[in-house]
Design a protein around this ligand. Structure first.
Ligand code: KMT
Ligand code: NI
Length: 180
């Protein structure tokens, strides 16, 4: 996992978009906006993930394979959807099994994009209410476990006037000490 400010330059979303020189984002800053992560070695990951799921009460899980081969004809639409800035009313929990990609999360109150480059072994928790998006990188594939508190419901609410007043959004901002 590596986190840095997104350079906001136009161009292919799959490129790193790292400033030159890079503007790294330290773990404490990620923590301050409610993003959590752990590194869990792929070898023997099942037992560790089971333990975390039990401890955090993540009752459901499934696997997602984001690649042309893994998704078939819905691939292009899915890719577009993932990269639309959105929030969820639940945490987005992902454990990367293979491949790589970028989760972009909005820092509040600056509204700057922070790019989080994830690789196998990364477990990332994106809190409910945070604005974020996802893209593949140039390797064009990622396989991840998705963990859910309850039913696999992680409806994306695209950012707009409605999401700005969504109770989960308001609670999120309160939780990180930012006035709505
Ligand atoms: C999401 O909800 O954005 C995704 O599941 C992206 C792929 S998981 C690495
Ligand atoms: Ni999402």
């Amino acid at each position: 996992m590596r986190a840095y400010y997104f350079d906001n330059l136009p161009g292919d979303q799959r490129l790193p978009h790292d400033y030159v020189p890079s503007r790294p984002v330290p773990p404490a800053l990620l923590e301050s906006i409610g993003v959590k992560y752990w590194e869990i070695p792929i070898e023997g990951y099942e037992a560790r993930i089971d333990a975390i799921a039990k401890e955090q009460d993540y009752k459901n899980r499934d696997m997602i394979n984001v690649s042309k081969e893994g998704m078939g004809e819905v691939y292009e639409d899915k890719i577009k959807g993932f990269f639309q800035e959105h929030m969820h009313e639940d945490e987005e929990i992902r454990y990367i099994l293979s491949g790589s990609g970028f989760f972009d999360v909005r820092e509040s109150p600056s509204d700057a994009w922070i790019r989080i480059a994830v690789v196998p072994g990364d477990l990332i928790v994106i809190p409910a209410g945070i604005y974020h998006r996802f893209t593949l990188d140039e390797t064009n594939n990622i396989k991840a476990l998705r963990l859910f508190k309850d039913e696999p419901k992680w409806i994306p609410h695209n950012r707009g006037p409605t999401t700005d007043v969504n109770p989960y959004r308001v609670d999120y901002l309160k939780s990180i000490g930012v006035g709505a």
